[in-house]
Design a binder for this molecule. Structure first.
Ligand SMILES: [Zn+2]
Length: 334
């Protein structure tokens, strides 16, 4: 269609689906679609069929694509473009970058982990447009983060910088999935919150929390969402737990502010859903923040909740746009 490639192709590998999109290099999403998760062969065939369909829909060929970005949950082998096998993925140890490049013939393919891609999505499509020092904190099953410092994604020596969920807030705190005690994730991560709530109520079947609509009397339904709903109704146990989540989050934010002096910290996923469901955690978090960060840090930084419902749809595209500005990034996979 055009003489110089002016489009971006994005692929986001998620736990339940693989999202595909085409965007302009001006960060406008022009088409998107998704294929359900399944075996790697099924996903590969689905990506090819849907990818070719949306290219055709926009009257484009792979030659019009300046770069393709692939975003995937870790652990990733960034050197070889491989998604490693992990508990959250049905498949793994696959050379995704090589396969996508071969399949479509894209000249450049970039790989990024989903936490880093989250901050890039905010930078190009969300609240952080034009900013240079930004932190994005995703809170779902676990807690992850991405850090942009002076316009650059912070990767660290071995590419694992930004594990913001695993800063330790209390050496005597609850056990985290990572094996340490008292990580922020152990206080605020969905999985850990559910485990803690279930431990408290295992032998109290008459507790008010069991009567919440989403719980329906079942221990296994006592999760993060139940804490949120219970807090909204003023059930003391849930109010106390919700308050602790906000307190620990403020503690973490204070550490991030003091370490990175960011101009914006964006809370994703659970904070977004809580606000959507009528419980904004921001006022409570902000009320605790003065205990954890100097005024100078707080004054310099806007703490906010993402305005994007589905970060994943844009994660691959954001990774490609960032990649195009970084000549050191690997683009060809053999
Ligand atoms: Zn941890």
């Amino acid at each position: 269609m055009s003489s110089t490639p002016a489009y971006i192709f994005g692929i986001d590998i998620g736990a339940t689906k693989v999202a595909l999109c085409i965007a302009s290099t001006n960060c406008e999403i022009l088409a998107n679609t998704s294929v359900p998760q399944g075996s790697y062969e099924q996903v590969r065939a689905g990506m090819k069929a849907e990818g070719e369909r949306i290219l055709k829909e926009l009257n484009l060929t792979p030659a019009d694509i300046a770069a393709c970005g692939i975003c995937a949950p870790g652990p990733l082998d960034m050197e070889n473009g491989i998604i490693r096998k992990s508990p959250n993925m049905v498949w793994g140890d696959t050379a995704i970058c090589h396969d996508v490049q071969q399949m479509f013939g894209f000249s450049k393919v970039y790989l990024e982990n989903d936490a880093n891609a989250g901050v890039l999505v905010e930078l190009y499509f969300g609240s952080a447009k034009g900013l240079k020092d930004v932190i994005y904190l995703t809170m779902s099953t676990g807690v992850g983060g991405g850090i942009i410092a002076n316009g650059k994604l912070l990767t660290g020596k071995t590419g694992i910088a930004g594990e913001l969920g695993h800063v330790i807030l209390d050496v005597n705190g609850p056990l985290c999935g990572c094996g340490q005690l008292g990580c922020l994730e152990a206080y605020c991560g969905g999985k850990n919150v559910a485990l803690r709530l279930q431990d408290k109520l295992r032998y109290r079947p008459n507790h008010a929390m069991y009567s919440l609509p989403g719980v329906a009397g079942k221990l296994e339904n006592l999760n993060f969402q139940a804490v949120r709903e219970g807090a909204k109704l003023g059930i003391p146990l849930a109010v106390e737990m919700w308050d602790e989540i906000c307190f620990r989050l403020a503690q973490g934010i204070g550490i991030y502010m003091t370490t990175f002096n960011p101009e914006m910290i964006i809370l994703g996923t659970a904070a977004y859903r809580a606000r959507e469901n009528g419980l904004d955690m921001l006022p409570t978090v902000m009320s605790y923040l003065p205990r954890f960060a100097w005024k100078e840090f707080r004054d310099a930084c806007t703490v906010c909740i993402t305005n994007l419902k589905d970060i994943g749809a844009m994660a691959g595209a954001a990774s490609a746009i960032y990649g195009l500005g970084d000549p050191d990034k690997k683009t060809v996979w053999n």
